[in-house]
Design a protein around this ligand. Sequence first.
Ligand SMILES: [Fe+2]
Ligand SMILES: [Fe+2]
Length: 149
Amino acid sequence: MKGEEDIERLKTMVNQLIKVEEEVIDLTEKTASQAANATVKYLLRAIQHDSRKHADLGRAALEILEYKQIAGAEERKEVWELLKKHEEMERKHKDFLSEMKSLTQTPALQYIFEQIWNDEKIHHAMLETMMTKRFEKDPAKYWGALLGS
Ligand SMILES: [Fe+2]
Ligand SMILES: [Fe+2]
């Protein structure tokens, strides 16, 4: 069946994605540790954190593809306090970053603050999704459903 073949192919590709991200993490580690310039070093490390994030997002996708775990209201209960606190912190942090951005016209600084700001928006969206949506098993849809709370 076409849908099942696609899932198998996707699983292989997600596994490959995780592998590549892990290789990039190692490569970045080597390059960053050899970099003489501290700004370059820290920017490379920032990219490395994103590679770790991508590998973890890949792992989350694998869970869904394997139908191993669903994340519904019950699963959310055990991390709810943390999610709520985290969401609040991220919201304040987003405003904080926004103020920092408004305090400088220096392109290099603006560039860096902009990167963080963009990530904060993503963190906020991810937390909101985790708080308001369910990741459910849905064999009929093959990919698993993302439903409202
Ligand atoms: Fe990546
Ligand atoms: Fe954040």
